[in-house]
Design a protein around this ligand. Structure first.
Ligand code: PGA
Length: 255
């Protein structure tokens, strides 16, 4: 398998710094020396430094949930890629649907962030996905295509394999409504095709495409067994060590 599975926890606006450190320690302890799956945790900004220390020397990697595209300047309330790098973050979630719908992030803004992340050696986890209305209108693939192509505009073939895509149908996020394996695989395969068109098949085969949206230990094995589903971006089930580790184990089992 050329693509190592990846399980990323998106903790969203949950956990104080102390609670985040405790969870990160539990994850490190429970994972032990397993190395067949890449594991990333994305705590809130306030917990990044503490969690960086807690995962230091382990196989768990650190991600942020957002960033500004400029390196520094008069952008009150924002955090930049070099600042995240200085805390040993290796990944950053960009264009999450909550950022798009609640904070007005556009495809153009997401694209600027993607380019800035890559320039600063951060791996972007680029989120794309349709709303319920878009799915019901039959425009899922069109929406996903536009979001994917716009987010990756200007990303060169040489660096494209560092990108991670997360397909997250908006109607499945935090709702308990998971996409069926067929629905998910259809979109993942479609995204792989878009990547192949943009970067060639060899590069497209190296890019990981995660599924996100109510992924839980119970539904993960079937999703992760699909040929183009390379892992998960996990919200709710990443907030407790037990369910998160079960998801990592499911990914290991599907590898
Ligand atoms: P969920 O969130 O697992 O709670 O549905 C996923 C996400 O928003 O990344």
């Amino acid at each position: 398998m050329i693509r190592k599975k990846l399980i990323a926890g998106n903790w969203k606006m949950n956990k104080t710094s102390a609670d985040a450190v405790a969870l990160a320690r539990d994850i490190v302890f429970s994972l032990g020396t397993q190395s067949s799956v890449d594991v990333v945790v994305c705590p809130p900004f306030t917990a990044l430094e503490g969690v960086a220390r807690a995962v230091d020397g382990s196989l768990v990697k650190l991600g942020a949930q957002n960033m500004h595209f400029e390196a520094s300047g008069a952008f009150t309330g924002e955090v930049s890629a070099p600042m995240l790098r200085a805390l040993f973050a290796t990944h950053v979630i960009l264009g999450h649907s909550e950022r798009r719908t609640l904070f007005g992030e556009t495809d153009e803004l997401v694209n600027k962030k993607v380019l800035s992340a890559l320039k600063n050696q951060l791996r972007p986890i680029v989120c794309v996905g349709e709303s319920l209305a878009e799915r019901e209108a039959g425009s899922t693939l069109k929406v996903v295509q536009a979001q994917t192509e716009r987010a990756l505009d200007g990303v060169s073939k040489e660096i494209a394999a560092s990108i991670i895509i997360a397909y997250e149908p908006v109607w499945a996020i935090g709702t308990g409504k998971v996409a069926t394996t067929e629905q998910a695989q259809e979109v993942h395969g479609f995204i792989r095709g878009l990547l192949a068109k943009a970067y060639g098949d060899a590069v497209a085969q190296r890019i990981r495409i995660l599924y996100g949206g109510s992924m839980k230990p119970a539904n993960a094995p079937e999703l992760l067994a699909q040929k183009d589903i390379d892992g998960g971006l996990i919200g709710g089930a990443s907030l407790e060590v037990r369910s998160f580790i079960e998801l990592v184990n499911a990914a290991a089992g599907a590898s």
